[in-house]
Design a binder for this molecule. Structure first.
Ligand SMILES: [Zn+2]
Length: 489
């Protein structure tokens, strides 16, 4: 059980607040291996719900799951020049197996493009075999120097989609489609608004033609890259001889895409919605949506409250049958723990809705519902409890997205800003700054050196300002695009 010490406030130290919230809500723990984490049941429960929702969305867009090996021959990584340059510094390498030195060292996968496209090359012969749409749920390893629970760990869980297509345009369409799937998931399920757009060459995936990303704003005004989708062009197809017989004859190289999200999303959820009392989990992703806490003093009251609570669980379960999987209810019947301590614990864990049920409520045939997001209390009749609970959960889900979107807009700058003011802003509160970029990597590098801010994305049309900025934030030359500048995780 969680201890009842107060969390460090977000205002005092956001980073300390985050670590404490994750540890005290028992989402994860540090492991004996530096930089690795143990995902505890409370955290894994959220990840499982994320997985389930995403997996359904992948299947609805025509993808199938498969599994590829953890080990990749070292030579594979070297077949695509940019790819090896990007990933070699952070790989873990197996040099010995069964007590013997290996003839060829094995890389523990940091991502699976190489091994997957080497297999695609075997499976694809003709245009009839395309598109090939595969997803893998897996762990990957990247030897990070500075790690944070969920946000950056040596080993993490993710999904990686890998596809092969007959043309550039089909691959581009797929890349954009999956970016859209991610956005729908992040907004619809996580209540986490995102800005989508294209990465600059400096920030794109090692080996990609183009990278698109979903960027969310955390409560410390830093950006979190929450998901990426890459059009890989023919780079990997050429490296792995992934060719097909074209419809009009002749051999052509396939066009690939890859796209991924990881357990980092759990960290994003915490940093988007948490407050000084702990997590706030949106109902759709909460392993428990409603917790019932009976209130009593005497043994007689206890048995009456528990009996009534059981009946409510029964009602909600029957109601659930009309709309399967909708209500995940838990009755906290632990004796010897005061209701206040139970409230504290469930608030820390971010359970979206709490029901308080005491003798006086029961006399009035009601219970009191308390929202985790607003802490608003509302008595409801036991006659309509199923509908009331479901309605409220739906409203919480919607309100959390609205609140997060308002916070992001309040901390976004869309007016022209001088470079000095920009530096002061990044030194202070930070936020998203919509400003022009001349297209030169030198300006990106200089801004990063000066402020630690980077171009998060060149935003998609719907996120662009009505009047596009005319000049580059840093050098004042004509802008080739509007960019979202921010410090990032
Ligand atoms: Zn410039």
């Amino acid at each position: 059980m969680a201890d009842d010490k107060k969390l460090t406030t977000r205002a005092a130290d956001f980073s300390a607040w985050y670590n404490e919230a994750v540890l005290r809500a028992e989402l994860a723990d540090y492991s004996p291996v530096r930089g690795c984490m143990v995902i505890r049941p409370n955290g894994y429960g959220i990840w499982e719900r994320m997985q389930r929702a995403l997996d359904d969305m992948f299947k609805a867009t025509g993808h199938k799951n498969a599994y590829f090996p953890l080990f990749i021959p070292e030579s594979f990584l070297h077949k695509e020049a940019q790819h090896v340059e990007g990933f070699a510094p952070e790989t873990a390498v197996v040099t010995h197996g069964g007590g013997k030195k290996l003839e060829e060292p094995l890389i523990v996968r940091p991502t699976s493009e190489t091994i997957i496209y080497s297999m695609f090359a075997k499976w694809v012969q003709s245009y009839r075999d395309l598109p090939l749409l595969i997803n893998q749920w897996a762990n990957v390893v990247r030897w990070e120097m500075r790690t944070r629970l969920f946000l950056r760990t040596l080993e993490f869980l993710w999904q990686e989609g890998h596809t092969a297509h007959a043309s550039h345009d089909e691959a581009e369409e797929e890349t954009r489609r999956m970016l859209g799937v991610y956005r729908d998931f992040m907004e619809g399920w996580m209540a986490m608004p995102v800005i989508t757009g294209q990465k600059t060459d400096a920030e794109k995936f090692a080996g990609a033609l183009r990278t698109y990303a979903c960027e969310a704003m955390m409560q410390d005004n830093k950006a979190l890259q929450a998901g990426t989708s890459h059009n890989l062009g023919q780079n990997f197809a050429k490296a792995f001889d992934l060719k097909f017989q074209a419809e009009h004859g002749g051999q052509e190289f396939a066009w690939n895409t890859s796209w991924g999200v990881s357990t980092r999303l759990v960290g994003g959820l915490v940093m988007t919605h948490g407050d000084d009392n702990g997590l706030r989990v949106p109902p759709l992703l909460a392993p428990i949506e409603l917790v019932i806490v009976p209130i009593y003093k005497t043994d007689d009251e206890r048995s009456r409250m528990l009996e009534a609570a059981e009946r409510i669980v029964q009602t909600l379960t029957e109601w659930e049958r009309r709309e399967p999987g909708r209500l995940r209810v838990h009755l906290d019947d632990r004796d010897g723990i005061k209701p206040g301590a139970k409230y504290y614990e469930w608030e820390l864990r971010g359970i979206p809705l709490r029901m308080e049920l005491g003798p006086r409520d029961l006399e009035k045939n009601q219970a009191v519902l308390v929202r985790r997001d607003t802490r608003e209390k509302k008595p409801v009749s036991l006659n309509t409890i199923g509908e009331d609970v479901a309605d409220l959960l739906m409203r919480i889900q919607e309100d959390m997205l609205i609140a997060a979107r308002e916070r992001r807009e309040q901390n976004s700058v869309r007016r022209p800003i001088s470079y000095d003011d920009f530096r002061a802003l990044m030194d202070g509160p930070g936020g998203f700054v919509y400003a022009g970029w001349c297209g030169s990597p030198e300006c990106e590098t200089k801004v990063k050196e000066d402020t630690k801010a980077t171009v998060r994305v060149l935003p998609d049309e719907e996120f662009r300002s009505a009047e596009p900025p005319a000049t580059c934030l840093r050098c004042g030359r004509p802008a080739i695009a509007e960019a979202v500048w921010a410090k990032a995780y």
